[in-house]
Design a protein around this ligand. Structure first.
Ligand code: AMP
Ligand code: GLY
Length: 431
């Protein structure tokens, strides 16, 4: 029996805790810091996900057998190296392989060297040089947008699509001169704009064996029909019909497998979840938009309800490098996850708003309600504590059923200012 610690406190971590709580191999579950929903399955610790020293001390003192890291920040900061140095088992890539997410320049270089398809690009540490390059690009191909990306972590906000030279200049100035994303903007990647449809493909890997998950499509814009500003993700669905079996095999063979092999050749194998953001261009080619070094959020809230296998078997297969011995099985169903957000999100939003209706949806079958930004107030009532508040996942034999179940559950939940997209998974339903 294992004592397991989940690092993080969002919807992704609630889905992880929810799945781990179903395992007969888990005797004790902790989460740091967790949230109101997570506290029903796990003991929540007053430790931030970035408090590596505090987490390490807790894991040592309490003889934690397995730590699972949700967010990228502690991974990029080296939490895995710190735990492994103390002989503790931890799920996630070490600091150097986590650079696949931690530095876009590093990721692009690795893709270029390994022949992994991605947008053409250039990397700059000088604002003047970057501006000169952007100006030349617009002169050579007027009307063709450019994408400006901060090299380092920018909480999902470091990518700006620029349609004019003036926009590119403003983006470069924001990142490189104003340091709007701190040191993350000291270097930038400028790349070719790609058209097409996006999908996310995550895989478990122990550095040698690769077990791809079901493809997912995230919805980043706040409004229906992909309108309004970008968010951390307003919902998702899985599988993705657009990713045909042929495209899926190509994404594994052309993107995920070569990336894991290229990292292994650098000396430290990639262990954990490798997430590839993929663009399927209108001519049917695949391009890698980004790598993430962790489970996606909200993607994980749609994927884990489809996973039949005990998650502990998979996590141990990765940490103990015997993933080839684990048979990973998925339910042949569809999942639709709808994110309920605070009024104003992705701009400023209030917190501490009481949430009603959670009891009514708690016992629904084929629906999972995952807490993202929630907390308990002194009276024990669940209140909002973030921009993305809840993720409601419906499962079904097809998208129509999964969608109907998710949105029926959503109708029971209310908090002041609550908003959500009404079109998650809609394009897969024949009318
Ligand atoms: P990234 O963090 O690099 O995945 O970028 C975030 C989002 O920006 C992606 O999910 C895409 O929607 C968009 N994006 C990034 N790179 C490109 C590109 N080269 N062309 C078009 N859109 C892009
Ligand atoms: N949903 C996008 C991400 O997890 O990065």
């Amino acid at each position: 029996m294992l004592k397991v610690l989940v690092v993080g406190g969002g919807g992704r971590e609630h889905a992880l805790v929810w799945k781990l709580a179903q395992s007969h191999q888990v005797s004790r579950l902790y989460a740091a810091p967790g949230n109101a929903g997570i506290s029903r399955h796990a003991e929540c610790l007053p430790l931030a996900a970035t408090d590596i020293d505090g987490l390490l001390a807790f894991a040592v003192e309490n003889a934690v057998d397995l730590t699972v890291v949700g967010p990228e920040t502690p991974l990029i900061a080296g939490i895995v190296d710190a735990f492994e140095q103390k002989g503790l088992r931890i799920f996630g890539p070490a600091r150097e392989p986590a650079l696949l997410e931690g530095s876009k320049g590093y990721a692009k270089g690795l893709m270029l060297r390994s022949g992994i398809p991605t947008a053409a690009y250039a990397v700059f540490s000088s604002y003047e040089a970057a501006r000169y390059y952007a100006r030349n690009q617009f002169a050579a191909a007027p009307g063709q947008p450019l994408v400006v990306k901060a090299d380092g972590e920018a909480a999902g906000k470091g990518v700006i699509i620029c349609r004019t030279e003036a926009e590119a200049e403003a983006a470069l100035s924001l990142m490189m001169r104003d340091r709007a994303f701190g040191e993350s903007g000291a270097r930038v990647v400028i790349e070719e704009f790609l058209e097409g449809q996006e999908a996310s493909l995550m895989a478990f890997t122990d550095g040698t064996t690769l077990v791809p998950m079901i493809p997912v499509q995230d919805h980043k814009r706040v409004g229906d029909d992909d309108t309004g500003p970008n968010t951390g993700g307003m919902g998702c669905y899985a599988p993705v019909p657009l990713v045909t079996p042929e495209l899926y095999a190509r994404a594994v063979d052309e993107i995920l497998r070569p990336a894991v092999e290229a990292v292994r050749e650098t000396g430290i194998p990639y262990k954990g979840v490798l997430y590839a953001g993929i663009m399927i261009t209108p001519d049917g080619s695949l391009k890698t938009l980004e790598f993430n070094c962790r489970f996606g959020d909200p993607e994980t809230q749609a994927i884990l309800p489809l996973l039949e296998t005990d998650l502990v078997d998979i996590l141990l297969g990765v940490t103990d490098a015997h993933l080839d011995e684990v048979a990973v099985k998925w339910r042949p169903q569809s999942a639709v996850c709808v994110v309920l957000a605070s009024g104003g999100y992705p701009g400023p939003y209030p917190q501490g708003v009481p949430i009603d209706g959670l009891e009514q949806v708690a016992h629904l079958s084929d629906v999972g309600v995952f807490h993202a930004g929630t907390a308990l107030n002194d009276a024990g009532q669940t209140i909002t504590a973030g921009g993305r508040v809840l993720g409601v996942t419906g499962l079904g034999d097809d998208f129509a059923q999964a969608r109907a179940r998710a949105y029926a559950a959503v109708k029971n939940i209310h908090f002041d200012g609550m908003h959500y997209r009404t079109d998650i998974g809609a394009k897969n339903v024949r009318l």
